[in-house]
Design a protein around this ligand. Structure first.
Ligand SMILES: [Zn+2]
Ligand SMILES: [Zn+2]
Length: 111
């Protein structure tokens, strides 16, 4: 019986024919984590509704920088904890500028 030749993965490692390379496993685990369980559209509708109710509360009128709050920010990034997206204790009122700054920092950490 012929032995299948190992192949070279796109990451440069030599992988036995019947084995999935670690880099592929890791990539798959990460994309599974990122994908929201609920359908994107229904989830977003729910989010919009909850977020505007949150921002309507007197305690949530201003961003920490003092600007009027126009959106809900997450205290713990939902990139790390997607399950905390709809959890109010993980929310804070924010403005567009601070939110953009958050997003930039986060993508730097990831990249
Ligand atoms: Zn690989
Ligand atoms: Zn702000």
């Amino acid at each position: 019986m012929p032995i299948k030749a190992p192949r070279v993965c796109s990451c440069g490692k030599i992988v036995p024919a019947n084995v999935v390379c670690l880099c592929v496993q890791r990539r798959k685990a990460e994309s599974d984590k990122r994908r929201p369980a609920a359908s994107q559209r229904g989830y977003d509708h729910e989010w919009q509704k909850a977020a505007s109710a949150y921002l309507a509360e007197p305690a949530n009128q201003y961003c920490e920088c003092g600007a009027p709050a126009t959106l809900v920010r997450h205290i713990v990034s939902i990139r790390q904890r997607p399950d905390l997206r709809m959890v109010r204790t993980n929310w804070k009122p924010g403005c567009r500028r601070c939110n953009a700054r958050d997003t930039t920092t986060q993508s730097k950490e990831i990249g």
